[in-house]
Ligand binder design. Structure first.
Ligand SMILES: C[S@@+](CC[C@H](N)C(=O)[O-])C[C@H]1O[C@@H](n2cnc3c(N)ncnc32)[C@H](O)[C@@H]1O
Length: 375
């Protein structure tokens, strides 16, 4: 059903919100104060979702998206406005999630490149329907041969996969429906460093950050903070540490813990331990390390997947670290997991790093220190 909506504001995941006749409607890719025509495609629990058809009264903030797939593809959320506005919306989103926290100023670290940054891209395919791409609002696959957020080497390989439906040969021996991932470790032009992995959870033998430039910014930031607040001999546990990316240049003895063991960096101060940190027995397994001579942690670096770490308080109650750095790729899990521990820990700083420009996602980094007994 096509209807006109006046958009009031943007919600924390970048959707325009309209409230008309008591019904809340979410319209992606619209902006505050715009009047838009949109088609309602889903209704549940008193709210509805509508697909933008036409912008009747455009906002002065509106710009033409750089990517030709932006209107159809669900991968990006903010290319219809400036990067400054995108960062402002992201900061507002975090602020809204943090309304129960003591007031603290949030510092935003924007990216140099809003496009051409992703060093890997996961695409869905359906061999019967001969289609490969990203999902649209109806969870249908949309071809994205000219995706603009991938780096030049991935873009080159992406076009080669689409040319003459070459991807069909690549997935010849695979299931009818699945996913393939293009990934490049370094951003060389020409595509020869890009590889394809098929139907695996993480390409390239384990997790790697998608935005090399911003990952480096985060590493430098965490390193600098660690040198300021973590004493040199303090023991650090780098939980959900992947290949030890965040603590690779630490001076502290560090235990990197991750379920999926990846190629560790050759650093003398880091040791690696494979463990499912969501398992009920995870804390017990970490305590058990004492028997092997590994000391308990004084500080924790915690960088979980989107689902966060719901039982963060159990880790803190057991290890009572002097502090911890929490890195969250979902603002909702950042606030859910850390709000309950504010009686024991002070939130010292909050920073946003825009690791995923053009999309609704961003990284939130909070630094927490243990309260002294007489505080
Ligand atoms: C957001 S990434 C962070 C990785 C790393 N800190 C970095 O900067 O590259 C989340 C990590 O959690 C790991 N992971 C996912 N599920 C896990 C689990 N159940 N137990 C332990 N690690 C898990 C993934 O392998 C991945 O390395």
């Amino acid at each position: 059903m096509k209807t006109d909506f006046r958009i009031e504001h943007i919600d924390p995941i970048g959707q325009g919100v309209s409230k008309q006749e008591g019904i809340v409607t979410f319209v992606k890719k619209s902006l505050p104060n715009e009047v838009v025509t949109a088609d309602v495609f889903s209704q549940k629990k008193g709210v509805q979702f509508a697909r933008l058809i036409e912008v009747k009264t455009p906002s002065p903030e509106r710009k033409t998206p750089d990517c030709p797939h932006f209107n159809e593809c669900n991968g990006c959320d903010y290319q219809h406005t400036s990067y400054e506005k995108e960062l402002e919306y992201k900061k507002n989103a975090l602020q809204r999630h943090m309304f129960k926290f003591p007031e603290i100023s949030i510092t935003t670290h924007g990216a140099k490149r809003r496009l051409g940054y992703r060093n890997r891209l996961q695409l869905h395919y359906d061999k019967k329907r001969k289609v490969m791409g990203l999902m649209n609002y109806k969870q249908e696959i949309v071809p994205v041969p000219d995706c603009k957020i991938v780096d030049p080497s991935v873009a080159y390989e992406l076009r080669a996969l689409y040319a003459e439906n070459n991807w069909l040969k690549v997935v010849e021996k695979e299931t009818f429906k699945g996913h393939l991932e293009l990934y490049s470790k370094d951003n060389n032009l020409g595509g020869h460093n890009v590889k394809v992995s098929l139907n695996r959870p993480y390409a390239n033998g384990g997790f790697t950050q998608v935005n090399s430039e911003m990952n480096e910014k985060i590493r430098v930031f965490i390193q600098k903070k660690a040198e300021e607040i973590i004493p040199p001999k303090a023991v650090v546990y780098d939980l959900f540490g992947g290949n030890g990316n965040l603590t690779v240049k630490f001076r502290n003895p560090t235990l990197v813990v991750d379920k999926y063991r990846t190629t560790p960096s050759p650093s003398a101060h880091q040791k690696f331990f494979s463990l499912d940190l969501y398992d009920k027995g995870a804390i017990k397994s970490l305590i058990g390390l004492k028997a092997t001579g590994y000391p308990r942690p004084d500080w924790l670096i915690i960088d979980p997947p989107r689902s966060g770490l719901k039982n963060l308080n159990e880790f803190l109650n057991e290890f009572k670290p002097d502090g911890f750095i929490f890195i969250a790729c979902e603002a909702t899990s950042f606030t859910r997991d850390t709000l309950g521990i504010l009686g024991q820990y002070d939130l010292v700083s909050v920073d946003i790093f825009d690791l995923f420009p053009s999309t609704q996602h961003f990284e939130t980094i909070g630094i927490f220190t243990r309260r002294k007994k007489n505080d």
